[in-house]
Design a protein around this ligand. Structure first.
Ligand code: 5AD
Length: 347
C-alpha cells in the first residue's frame, strides 16, 4: 500500500481526513481509480443504488450579481434576459410531475422581481402538486428564508463557490464571504435541507483551498454537495483562463463522499459538459443524484452560466429518457421516493 491508498482507506473507515491528508490525495494522481472505486463503495453502502432525479426549472436568468466566472453576471450584455411568469413556472412543475419527478428545483439569478410574496405563492402552488421543492435563488435575509420555509420549501441550494476568502473577494464584487456563510447557517437553523458546493479549477485555486472546501462542507453539516469544474465563459472576466478538469472535480466529489458518506451528491451538468460520459463517471465515483433540466428550450438556451451546457438541444422528456437509460445501463435504479437526506452521520 502506498501512502495515498492508506489515506483513502482511512477515509473509507473513519470518514475523516486532516487538511494535509486531503491535500496529499488531491495532489497525487497515482491512485485516482482506487479513490473513485472507494467512493462508489461508500455511496452504495450508505445511500444505495437508487438515483434521485430532480427536475430543474431555470425560471429567470436576470441577476444583480457580477460573479467573474458566471455567464449570467449582470455586466454581460450579450445575454438575452428572460423571466418566466408564475403560471409558466407552475406549468413546468406540473410537467415535471407528469414525467415522474418527485422533486423540482427552482433556480434563478438573483432577480429582485421575485419578492417574498411572489416566490411564496409559487412555492405553495408547487407544493400542492405533491412535489418536494428545492430553491436556488441566492442570498436572502433570514426572514425571507423563513417565509420560503413556511410556504413549504424543503431544500435550498447555495454554493459557497470557494472558501478561499481572498479568491472569494476577487471573484465576487460587492458580495461578502461572511454573508454567504450567514445564509447557509440561517438555512440550517430554519430546518432546510441545505446544499452547497464549490467550483473546481478556478484561477489561483490551490489544492489546499479545495481541501478547506471539503472540510467546510463537513463543518456545515451539509445535506447535499454539488460541485463541478469551472468552465470559462465568453464575455466574462475569466473568459481566457484555463478551466477546471473533470478528473479534479471527480476527485473533490469522491473525497466529499468519503467524508460525508450519507449525503446527496449530484452528478452535475458541468461534468457532462466537459465529457459526454461525465455524469456516468460521477455516478460511479460517489454521486447519487441527477438534476435534468425541465426548462423549455427557448429559455434553457438563454440560461448560459457557461458555454456548451449538456442537453441543450433535447426536449425535457427526451433528455430525461436518455439519462434514465444511462443510469439503468450501469445497474442503478431510479428512485420512486423524494430522496431526502437519510442522516446516519453528522451533527
Ligand atoms: N463554470 C462552471 N460552473 C459555473 N457556475 C457559475 N458559473 C460557472 C462556470 N463558468 C456554477 C456556480 C453556481 C452554479 C449555479 O453554477 O457554482 O453556484
Amino acid at each position: 500500500m502506498t501512502e495515498i491508498t492508506e489515506l483513502i482507506e482511512k477515509a473509507q473507515t473513519t470518514h475523516s481526513l486532516k487538511k494535509d491528508e486531503l491535500v496529499s490525495v488531491l495532489n497525487d494522481n497515482s491512485a485516482n481509480d482506487i479513490l473513485f472505486k472507494t467512493a462508489d463503495i461508500v455511496r452504495k453502502k450508505y445511500v444505495g443504488d437508487e438515483v434521485h432525479l430532480r427536475g430543474l426549472i431555470e425560471f429567470s436568468n436576470i441577476c444583480k450579481c457580477s460573479c467573474f466566472y458566471c455567464g449570467l453576471r449582470k455586466d454581460n450584455p450579450s445575454v438575452q434576459r428572460y423571466r418566466m411568469t408564475a403560471e409558466q413556472i407552475i406549468e413546468l412543475a406540473q410537467n415535471a410531475k407528469d414525467y415522474g419527478y418527485k422533486t423540482v428545483v427552482l433556480q434563478s439569478g438573483e432577480d429582485a422581481f421575485f419578492d417574498t410574496k411572489k416566490l411564496c405563492k409559487i412555492i405553495s402552488s408547487i407544493k400542492s402538486l405533491g412535489l418536494a421543492l428545492t430553491l436556488s435563488a441566492g442570498e436572502k435575509t433570514y426572514e425571507e428564508y423563513k417565509a420560503y420555509k413556511q410556504a413549504g420549501a424543503d431544500r435550498y441550494l447555495l454554493r459557497i463557490e470557494t472558501t478561499d476568502k481572498n479568491l472569494y473577494a476577487k471573484l465576487h464584487p460587492s458580495m461578502s464571504f461572511e454573508n454567504r456563510v450567514r445564509c447557509l447557517k440561517d438555512l440550517k437553523t430554519l430546518g432546510f435541507e441545505v446544499g452547497t458546493g464549490c467550483l473546481v479549477g478556478l484561477p489561483q485555486q490551490s489544492d489546499e483551498s479545495l481541501a478547506n472546501d471539503i472540510l467546510f462542507f463537513k463543518e456545515l453539516d451539509a445535506d447535499m454537495i454539488g460541485l463541478g469544474p469551472f468552465i470559462p465563459c465568453p464575455n466574462t472576466p475569466l473568459e481566457n483562463e484555463k478551466g477546471g478538469t473533470l478528473i479534479k472535480a471527480l476527485k473533490v466529489m469522491a473525497l466529499t463522499r468519503l467524508l460525508l458518506p450519507d449525503i446527496n451528491i449530484p452528478a452535475t451538468t458541468a461534468m457532462e459538459t466537459l465529457q459526454p460520459n461525465g455524469r456516468i463517471l460521477a455516478l460511479q465515483s460517489g454521486a447519487n443524484v441527477v438534476m435534468p433540466d425541465v426548462t423549455e428550450q427557448d429559455c434553457k438556451q438563454k440560461y448560459t452560466i457557461y458555454p456548451g451546457k449538456a442537453g441543450l438541444n433535447n426536449t425535457a422528456l427526451d433528455y430525461k429518457n436518455s439519462i434514465v437509460k444511462n443510469i439503468e445501463s450501469i445497474g442503478r435504479t431510479i428512485s420512486e421516493g423524494y430522496g431526502f437526506h437519510n442522516k446516519i452521520f453528522g451533527k
